[in-house]
Design a protein around this ligand. Structure first.
Ligand code: UDP
Length: 194
Protein backbone atom coordinates (compact mmCIF):
# COMPACT_ATOMS: atom_id res chain seq x y z
CA UNK A 1 0.00 0.00 0.00
CA UNK A 2 1.04 3.55 -0.69
CA UNK A 3 1.59 5.47 2.54
CA UNK A 4 2.40 9.04 3.52
CA UNK A 5 4.69 9.55 6.51
CA UNK A 6 3.83 12.37 8.89
CA UNK A 7 6.38 12.72 11.69
CA UNK A 8 7.11 9.01 11.37
CA UNK A 9 3.51 7.78 11.31
CA UNK A 10 2.67 6.03 8.05
CA UNK A 11 -0.81 6.92 6.85
CA UNK A 12 -2.51 4.80 4.22
CA UNK A 13 -3.32 6.62 1.00
CA UNK A 14 -6.95 5.55 0.64
CA UNK A 15 -10.46 6.96 0.80
CA UNK A 16 -13.18 5.97 3.25
CA UNK A 17 -15.15 3.77 0.85
CA UNK A 18 -12.05 1.85 -0.28
CA UNK A 19 -10.89 1.40 3.31
CA UNK A 20 -14.24 -0.08 4.34
CA UNK A 21 -14.33 -2.39 1.30
CA UNK A 22 -10.83 -3.53 2.17
CA UNK A 23 -11.84 -4.34 5.74
CA UNK A 24 -14.94 -6.25 4.58
CA UNK A 25 -12.63 -8.30 2.35
CA UNK A 26 -10.49 -9.14 5.40
CA UNK A 27 -13.65 -10.20 7.25
CA UNK A 28 -14.57 -12.50 4.39
CA UNK A 29 -11.11 -14.09 4.60
CA UNK A 30 -11.40 -14.36 8.41
CA UNK A 31 -8.26 -12.31 8.89
CA UNK A 32 -6.98 -10.35 11.87
CA UNK A 33 -6.18 -6.66 11.41
CA UNK A 34 -5.43 -3.61 13.57
CA UNK A 35 -6.63 -0.17 12.49
CA UNK A 36 -5.51 3.08 14.10
CA UNK A 37 -7.53 6.19 13.25
CA UNK A 38 -4.87 8.79 13.98
CA UNK A 39 -5.56 12.48 14.60
CA UNK A 40 -2.80 15.09 15.11
CA UNK A 41 -2.83 14.48 18.89
CA UNK A 42 -2.03 10.82 18.30
CA UNK A 43 0.82 11.69 15.92
CA UNK A 44 2.32 14.07 18.48
CA UNK A 45 1.92 11.51 21.26
CA UNK A 46 4.04 8.98 19.32
CA UNK A 47 6.90 11.50 19.54
CA UNK A 48 6.65 11.65 23.33
CA UNK A 49 5.97 8.05 24.21
CA UNK A 50 8.12 5.32 22.71
CA UNK A 51 5.82 2.51 23.90
CA UNK A 52 2.86 4.20 22.29
CA UNK A 53 4.83 4.67 19.08
CA UNK A 54 5.56 0.91 19.05
CA UNK A 55 1.86 0.17 19.54
CA UNK A 56 0.90 2.37 16.60
CA UNK A 57 3.60 0.68 14.50
CA UNK A 58 1.83 -2.64 15.07
CA UNK A 59 -1.20 -1.35 13.14
CA UNK A 60 -1.92 -2.80 9.71
CA UNK A 61 -3.54 0.49 8.73
CA UNK A 62 -3.25 4.02 10.07
CA UNK A 63 -5.95 6.30 8.68
CA UNK A 64 -6.16 10.09 8.60
CA UNK A 65 -8.55 10.97 11.40
CA UNK A 66 -9.34 14.59 10.72
CA UNK A 67 -8.59 17.53 8.54
CA UNK A 68 -5.35 18.34 10.41
CA UNK A 69 -3.71 15.20 9.08
CA UNK A 70 -5.00 15.80 5.54
CA UNK A 71 -3.65 19.37 5.65
CA UNK A 72 -0.27 18.23 6.95
CA UNK A 73 0.03 15.70 4.13
CA UNK A 74 -0.84 18.40 1.62
CA UNK A 75 1.84 20.70 3.04
CA UNK A 76 4.39 17.89 2.73
CA UNK A 77 3.50 17.68 -0.96
CA UNK A 78 2.07 14.17 -0.55
CA UNK A 79 -1.69 14.71 -0.38
CA UNK A 80 -4.01 12.09 1.07
CA UNK A 81 -7.35 11.55 -0.73
CA UNK A 82 -9.61 12.48 2.21
CA UNK A 83 -10.08 12.05 5.94
CA UNK A 84 -10.96 8.59 7.14
CA UNK A 85 -12.16 9.22 10.69
CA UNK A 86 -12.98 6.73 13.41
CA UNK A 87 -16.63 7.73 13.52
CA UNK A 88 -17.10 7.66 9.73
CA UNK A 89 -15.46 4.27 9.59
CA UNK A 90 -17.62 3.01 12.47
CA UNK A 91 -20.80 4.10 10.62
CA UNK A 92 -19.62 2.88 7.23
CA UNK A 93 -18.66 -0.51 8.62
CA UNK A 94 -22.01 -0.86 10.42
CA UNK A 95 -23.81 -0.15 7.14
CA UNK A 96 -21.91 -2.94 5.35
CA UNK A 97 -22.10 -5.21 8.37
CA UNK A 98 -25.88 -4.71 8.34
CA UNK A 99 -26.02 -5.83 4.70
CA UNK A 100 -23.88 -8.87 5.35
CA UNK A 101 -24.97 -9.83 8.85
CA UNK A 102 -21.50 -9.40 10.35
CA UNK A 103 -20.88 -9.53 14.08
CA UNK A 104 -19.33 -6.85 16.27
CA UNK A 105 -17.95 -6.52 19.78
CA UNK A 106 -18.13 -3.15 21.51
CA UNK A 107 -15.55 -2.20 24.12
CA UNK A 108 -15.52 1.18 25.81
CA UNK A 109 -17.40 4.19 27.19
CA UNK A 110 -19.48 4.39 30.35
CA UNK A 111 -21.95 1.58 30.81
CA UNK A 112 -25.06 3.74 30.31
CA UNK A 113 -23.56 5.19 27.11
CA UNK A 114 -22.72 1.70 25.91
CA UNK A 115 -26.28 0.45 26.53
CA UNK A 116 -27.68 3.40 24.58
CA UNK A 117 -25.18 2.78 21.77
CA UNK A 118 -26.38 -0.82 21.51
CA UNK A 119 -30.04 0.24 21.47
CA UNK A 120 -29.44 2.74 18.67
CA UNK A 121 -27.36 0.23 16.79
CA UNK A 122 -30.13 -2.36 16.97
CA UNK A 123 -32.56 0.24 15.63
CA UNK A 124 -30.40 1.57 12.81
CA UNK A 125 -28.57 -1.63 11.91
CA UNK A 126 -30.87 -4.50 12.91
CA UNK A 127 -28.92 -7.19 11.03
CA UNK A 128 -25.66 -6.47 12.82
CA UNK A 129 -25.05 -9.13 15.42
CA UNK A 130 -23.70 -7.75 18.68
CA UNK A 131 -21.45 -10.59 19.78
CA UNK A 132 -20.70 -8.93 23.09
CA UNK A 133 -19.79 -5.71 24.80
CA UNK A 134 -18.05 -4.29 27.84
CA UNK A 135 -17.86 -0.77 29.26
CA UNK A 136 -14.49 0.97 29.23
CA UNK A 137 -13.72 1.17 32.94
CA UNK A 138 -12.28 -2.21 33.82
CA UNK A 139 -9.27 -3.71 35.56
CA UNK A 140 -6.46 -3.83 32.97
CA UNK A 141 -5.22 -7.18 34.31
CA UNK A 142 -8.61 -8.87 33.94
CA UNK A 143 -8.65 -11.10 30.86
CA UNK A 144 -12.45 -11.59 30.82
CA UNK A 145 -12.91 -9.28 27.81
CA UNK A 146 -10.39 -10.95 25.54
CA UNK A 147 -11.68 -14.36 26.61
CA UNK A 148 -15.18 -13.29 25.64
CA UNK A 149 -13.81 -12.19 22.24
CA UNK A 150 -11.94 -15.49 21.83
CA UNK A 151 -15.18 -17.38 22.41
CA UNK A 152 -17.55 -15.25 20.34
CA UNK A 153 -15.13 -14.57 17.43
CA UNK A 154 -16.66 -11.27 16.28
CA UNK A 155 -15.83 -9.93 12.82
CA UNK A 156 -15.15 -6.44 14.22
CA UNK A 157 -13.94 -5.31 17.62
CA UNK A 158 -14.57 -1.61 18.14
CA UNK A 159 -12.41 -0.24 20.94
CA UNK A 160 -13.55 3.15 22.21
CA UNK A 161 -11.31 3.83 25.20
CA UNK A 162 -9.80 7.04 23.87
CA UNK A 163 -6.12 7.23 22.97
CA UNK A 164 -3.57 6.06 24.06
CA UNK A 165 -5.48 3.37 25.95
CA UNK A 166 -7.36 1.91 22.99
CA UNK A 167 -4.19 1.32 20.95
CA UNK A 168 -2.45 -0.14 23.99
CA UNK A 169 -5.38 -2.48 24.69
CA UNK A 170 -5.49 -3.67 21.09
CA UNK A 171 -1.71 -4.16 20.84
CA UNK A 172 -1.68 -6.21 24.05
CA UNK A 173 -4.81 -8.29 23.48
CA UNK A 174 -5.05 -8.82 19.75
CA UNK A 175 -2.39 -11.58 19.75
CA UNK A 176 -4.81 -13.77 21.74
CA UNK A 177 -7.63 -13.51 19.20
CA UNK A 178 -7.94 -15.86 16.27
CA UNK A 179 -9.42 -13.31 13.89
CA UNK A 180 -11.21 -9.98 13.82
CA UNK A 181 -10.73 -6.40 12.72
CA UNK A 182 -9.71 -4.31 15.75
CA UNK A 183 -10.43 -0.61 15.33
CA UNK A 184 -9.74 2.17 17.84
CA UNK A 185 -12.54 4.72 17.50
CA UNK A 186 -12.18 7.21 20.39
CA UNK A 187 -15.44 8.79 21.50
CA UNK A 188 -17.63 7.24 18.77
CA UNK A 189 -19.96 5.34 21.13
CA UNK A 190 -20.88 8.64 22.80
CA UNK A 191 -21.85 10.03 19.38
CA UNK A 192 -24.00 7.04 18.37
CA UNK A 193 -25.57 7.02 21.85
CA UNK A 194 -26.72 10.59 21.09
N1 UDP B 1 -13.12 5.92 28.07
C1 UDP B 1 -13.17 4.62 28.48
N2 UDP B 1 -12.31 4.21 29.46
C2 UDP B 1 -11.39 5.03 30.01
C3 UDP B 1 -11.34 6.37 29.56
C4 UDP B 1 -12.21 6.79 28.57
O1 UDP B 1 -13.97 3.84 27.98
O2 UDP B 1 -10.66 4.58 30.89
C5 UDP B 1 -14.07 6.33 27.01
C6 UDP B 1 -14.88 7.57 27.31
O3 UDP B 1 -16.01 7.24 28.08
C7 UDP B 1 -15.22 8.01 25.89
C8 UDP B 1 -13.98 7.63 25.12
O4 UDP B 1 -13.34 6.62 25.87
O5 UDP B 1 -16.32 7.29 25.43
C9 UDP B 1 -12.95 8.74 25.00
O6 UDP B 1 -13.35 9.60 24.11
P1 UDP B 1 -12.43 10.84 23.78
O7 UDP B 1 -13.22 11.67 22.88
O8 UDP B 1 -11.89 11.41 25.06
O9 UDP B 1 -11.21 10.10 23.08
P2 UDP B 1 -10.37 10.55 21.82
O10 UDP B 1 -11.35 10.68 20.71
O11 UDP B 1 -9.71 11.83 22.24
O12 UDP B 1 -9.41 9.43 21.64
Amino acid sequence: DRTVSILGVNFIHINLRQMIDRLMEHVKNEEKKFVVTANPEIVLHTLEDETYKKNVEKADYVTADGIGVVKAAQMLGQPLPERVTGFDMFMGILEKANEQGSSVYLLGAKDEVLQKTKQNMNKQFPNVEIAGSHHGFFDWEDDAIIRDIQETKPDFIFVALGFPRQEQWIAENMPYAEKGIFVGIGGSFDVLAG
